[in-house]
Design a binder for this molecule. Structure first.
Ligand code: PHE
Length: 401
């Protein structure tokens, strides 16, 4: 109980001294008047002083002031809120279940009855105001955040895009796509063989005798006494005849290796496309027909073709095929060594020994084979005068095709 010293009145009434004090009782919101009555002389029944309270009431003023105070706080804090997290904290602090505004409602019981409607109304006004402010600021902050994000994520569609480093087909791939399509159209299928080949398939089975210069260490990259990096795609002929009965019509594109120094026209690794046809009654004119089709399709209708007698141990008779030079149209230039012709492939009728070694009877079956430099096709077709550019994969070069 807190006594306020003033105003204080004292009255002498008969035997009593009556002291009246304004007090605040228990709660700061409760105030009123308490009167202390003190006996002036000792009487057995009035030994001690006693109190009685008057005008005690719960002050409406205090709650209304509190409402005002909270309203001011709400205005200030909500206006200065920095972000949505802070706003949420404020929501809990003021509008939450145990928030400051709810607390006013819970004090309502202490409000004098006649003041209750006013305090209730004011509290509701404050609550609605705070709720509205909260919602408005929330919407504003969310909008700001969205705009900030949109701005950060803006794509300037007028900016040139970052260039993606797209790959490009090497002329090799263009060639093989064309060649494969052409031969598939003529009823051929595609075969493959190992690049590390044994001596039998690469040489012996192809009727290449022990002392043949092709076997020379100078030409061949040996892995050990038996295995080597295949020097041509012709071993695929043997592998195919061994596993497949005639009729056989295959092409076999692939990598081959020779112990050559790298220069404008040689590479220790290059590519060939092998061809093999085996059936009954296959003659040289079939070979000529297929080659003519190939040359005209790949190099152009206007190209002339020349079959020049040659020698390969695995074909008999053998022929090298030349096409008229595209650079000088057959007149003779440095590209064709002033002959008017460029060599494109080796070919011939499959040697009876090769058929026999592969388990085919040369009296029943005959066939032809051809082998062409895949790199050479690309060089002749695209007038490339240096084999090395095909292997360097310089983008400036391959993007031209
Ligand atoms: N293999 C031979 C070479 O590499 C080419 C060829 C293949 C010749 C088939 C005739 C028949 O030169």
């Amino acid at each position: 109980m807190k006594f306020t010293p003033e105003p204080r009145t004292e009255l002498i009434v008969g035997h009593f001294r009556v002291i009246t004090l304004k007090i605040q009782v228990i709660l700061p919101s409760v105030c009123g008047e308490v009167t202390r009555v003190v006996p002036r002389s000792s009487r057995p029944f009035l030994r001690t002083s006693f109190f009685y309270a008057k005008n005690l009431e719960v002050s409406k003023l205090d709650l209304l002031e509190e409402i005002k105070k909270i309203e001011k706080e709400v205005e200030e804090k909500f206006e200065n809120v920095k972000d949505l997290d802070q706003l949420e904290d404020l929501r809990v602090e003021y509008l939450g279940k145990k928030g400051k505004i709810s607390q006013i409602f819970s004090k309502m019981g202490q409000v004098a009855d006649e003041k209750k409607p006013l305090v209730g109304k004011e509290t509701n006004i404050l609550k609605n105001k705070a709720q509205k402010m909260y919602e408005e600021i929330k919407a504003k902050k969310e909008k700001e955040l969205k705009q900030k994000r949109l701005k950060a994520e803006t794509i300037d569609i007028t900016l040139p895009g970052a260039k993606v480093n797209v790959g490009h087909k090497n002329p090799f791939t263009h060639i093989i796509d064309e060649v494969v399509e052409l031969f598939l159209g003529m009823g051929f299928s595609i075969e493959e063989g190992p690049e590390v080949e044994n001596e039998y398939y690469n040489f012996a089975a192809l009727n290449i005798p022990e002392d043949h210069p092709a076997r020379d260490l100078q030409d061949t990259l040996y892995v050990d006494d038996e295995y080597l990096l295949r020097t041509h795609t012709s071993p695929v002929q043997i592998r195919t005849m061994e596993k497949q009965d005639p009729p056989i019509r295959i092409i076999a594109p692939g990598r081959v290796y020779r112990s050559d120094e790298l220069d404008a026209s040689h590479s220790p690794n290059f590519h060939q496309i092998e061809g093999l046809v085996i059936d009954k009654d296959i003659s040289f004119s079939d070979l000529k027909g297929v080659i003519a089709e190939f040359v005209h399709e790949i190099y152009g209708e206007e190209r002339k073709i020349r079959f020049r007698p040659s020698y390969f141990p695995f074909t008999e008779p053998s022929a090298e095929v030349d096409v008229s030079c595209n650079v000088c149209k057959g007149e003779g230039c440095s590209f064709c060594s002033y002959t008017g012709w460029v060599e494109v492939l080796g070919s011939g009728m499959v040697h009876p020994n090769v058929l026999r070694m592969s388990g085919l009877d040369p009296d029943v079956y005959s066939g032809f084979a051809f082998g062409m430099g895949w790199d050479r096709i690309a060089m002749l077709k695209y007038d490339i005068d240096d084999i090395r550019v095909l292997y360097e994969n310089d983008k400036r070069f391959i993007h031209q095709f």
